[in-house]
Design a protein around this ligand. Structure first.
Ligand SMILES: C[S@@+](CC[C@H](N)C(=O)[O-])C[C@H]1O[C@@H](n2cnc3c(N)ncnc32)[C@H](O)[C@@H]1O
Length: 619
């Protein structure tokens, strides 16, 4: 036994998404072809990373933007200007001139583009009609109603603004005359744009626009199942004026709707509305046999009767009193009648109501004096025996006087069966072809998506390249700054070595001197404290460095030195000296000679003072 549980639950899940869309958005997708519809729903689910229909409904509930995204996937908006150029050329060269010739010179022309997507089809129509009527003629006479169920596509259509790729199909001269070039965009001419009216119309649910001369509904029907297509086609038939033209898409053939539309050019999918005839023309008309002649029984009458009887199609003749006047051989065979039935009232015979109710039709033919045709009369003769008859009633008149009515029964069973088989095969062919076309359109969409992804990648790549180039420039600049810094560094290192040399030279001078040397800056802070000073006062160089001279805690009465040091700091030319008593590091009182000289900078300014201290040795 085959387990169908998974399939059934998947189907139920899918149906619940459709139901949800219908209930919350009023959008009924039930008339669309299931396979391609469910494929597209699954594709969207995969895009958002959801595998379960229930979860997807939750996702739709929570994310308001998801509806638009889903509709975008479901309502395939693939379109282009003058799509299928050969068909449009035929419309321009053959169909439009004929259609326009049938109209009064100034009369209005109403056109409907149903399922117009982003408007390219409607503007293509505007171009063709302007070419045929001139700008003024178009503006005064033409109204193009362009409708779609997709609001987003309609908003785009109203803008009439297209990119270079979108106008690729428009020949250069038409592009030049019908579009305004704005930067890299092309905008359809405003003066003609006014005659194109965009609006939302759901082909399944909304009433059609009426009194239409040319109805263009391309590549839209094929998304619907056969039942919905039939419903829509009946509406499109209603929308058209008698003799109106219907222009379908390449995949849409209409073979099984010959009661509504008849092909103008099947290959280009151009059809005319079938005018509604009440009664068929050209009915078989048996020669009347007058009762007067019958009574005479001359050889010609006999011949006529025999010829009538041998006729290949079943025929009975009923006189004005509704009695059977003549029965031919075929009729005897078909209905089990015999010559004895001649003269009997029709109402007494089964023939009066089987295979079709004849009496009312007979009355009509008699009153109206017109032939009547009853098509495709089905006659169930036995459990497995059905035949179809085409019944024609022809009033027999002699100079306006009614003599009787001939009823002819054509057996059309063979043709009917062939036709059924043909229609069935055609439907299969149509739906296979439509499926192929819609797959093709999906592929085109996917291709376009891929194309745009490639474009995005290209843009990103270009951006990266330019960032890379900028980085390279910055890198080069940094490299050269680095080189400069390196040079400066090298120089500084050289200087540093020189300075080190100089310092150690000075150091060795200071160390070698047998006098204490103290150097202070203009604020009297110690900047040099040599080894002899360390030894004299018991204060290390690192303890003295940076300290105010007068704050040092040593055995030298520093306050006594203040005038001397100040003098050296203020007067660049003065060198003074003083001898003072002090207590050295060993606690001995010593006499110290202090010479203070200004410390001069390169420019001669005083940058501090140099104190040289010597212990006076007793002589
Ligand atoms: C593939 S496009 C065809 C566009 C154009 N007619 C062409 O042939 O280039 C199909 C269009 O039918 C529209 N559509 C789908 N269902 C619809 C409906 N129920 N009523 C009206 N338009 C519908 C879609 O929104 C889409 O714009």
């Amino acid at each position: 036994m085959v387990d169908t549980t998974a399939d059934e639950s998947t189907d139920a899940g899918f149906e619940s998404v459709l139901l949800y869309l219908k209930e919350t958005r009023g959008f009924d997708f039930t008339g669309y072809k299931r396979t391609s519809l469910s494929r597209r729903v699954r594709r969207r689910m995969a895009q958002v990373g959801i595998d379960d229909y229930g979860e997807y409904i939750d996702h739709l509930q929570v994310n308001a933007d998801e509806f638009a995204a889903l509709f975008n996937v479901l309502l395939i908006n693939v379109t282009s200007f003058l799509r299928d150029p050969e068909a449009w050329q035929h419309l321009r060269d053959e169909v439009l001139p004929q259609l326009l010739a049938e109209l009064e010179p100034e009369s209005p022309i109403r056109v409907w583009s149903a399922g117009c997507a982003s408007g390219e089809e409607a503007y293509s129509l505007a171009i063709l009609l302007t070419e045929a009527l001139g700008v003024e003629g178009f503006r005064h006479r033409v109204k193009i109603y362009a409708t779609d169920v997709d609001e987003e596509a309609l908003a785009q259509a109203r803008q009439a603004n297209y990119g270079e790729r979108e106008v690729e199909g428009v020949p250069a001269d038409l592009l030049e005359r019908y579009f305004e070039h704005q930067g890299s965009r092309y905008v359809f001419r405003q003066d003609l744009r006014r005659s194109v009216i965009f609006g939302r119309n759901d082909l399944v649910q909304d009433a059609p626009i009426s009194r239409i001369h040319l109805l263009v509904c391309r590549n839209t029907l094929m998304y619907f199942n056969a039942e919905t297509q039939a419903k829509i086609l009946a509406r499109l038939n209603f929308a058209l004026l008698p003799n109106g033209v219907l222009f379908l898409g390449k995949a849409e053939m209409l073979l099984s709707y010959d009661n509504l539309f008849t092909p103008l050019d099947l290959k280009r999918r151009l059809f005319r509305k079938v005018p509604t005839h009440g009664v068929a023309q050209g009915t078989l008309f048996a020669h009347p046999v007058s009762p007067a002649r019958r009574s005479g029984h001359n050889p010609t009458d006999e011949l006529r009767e025999q010829a009538f009887s041998a006729g290949p199609v079943a025929q009975v003749v009923i006189n004005t009193d509704d009695e059977i006047a003549l029965i031919n051989h075929q009729a005897e065979e078909l209905f089990g009648l015999t010559p004895r039935d001649i003269g009997r009232p029709l109402r007494d015979l089964e023939l009066s109501y089987r295979p079709v109710e004849l009496r009312a039709q007979l009355e009509r033919a008699k009153v109206e004096h017109r032939p009547l045709r009853l098509r495709d009369v089905e006659w169930q003769r036995g459990p497995n025996d059905v035949i179809w008859l085409d019944v024609r009633l022809n009033p027999l008149l002699s100079e306006r006087e009614l003599l009787g009515v001939s009823v002819v029964f054509h057996d059309v069973s063979a043709a009917r069966r062939l036709l059924d088989e043909l229609e069935h095969a055609n439907r299969q062919l149509e739906s296979a072809y439509e499926e192929l076309q819609s797959t093709n359109e999906e592929l085109e969409t996917t291709n376009e998506e891929l194309q745009s992804t490639v474009e995005e990648l290209e843009t990103t790549n270009e951006e990266l390249q330019s960032t890379n180039e900028e980085l390279e420039t910055i890198n080069e600049e940094l490299q050269s700054t680095n080189d400069e810094l390196q040079t400066i560094n090298d120089r500084l290192s050289e200087r540093s070595v020189e300075l080190d040399d100089l310092n150690s030279f000075l150091e060795s001078i200071l160390t070698s001197l047998r006098s204490g040397v103290i150097v202070v800056d203009p604020e009297m802070r110690v900047i040099v404290w040599n080894r002899v000073s360390e030894e004299m006062w018991g204060l290390r160089r690192d303890e003295a460095d940076g300290q105010h001279l007068l704050n040092l805690d040593i055995g030298l009465p520093l306050a006594d030195l203040r005038p001397l040091v100040r003098n050296a700091l203020v007067d660049a030319d003065s060198t003074g000296e003083v001898t003072i008593a002090a207590v050295n590091r060993r606690g001995r009182t010593v006499s110290v000679r202090v010479v203070a000289s200004p410390l001069r900078g390169r420019n001669g300014d005083t940058e501090g003072a140099i104190l040289v201290l010597e212990e006076n040795r007793p002589s």
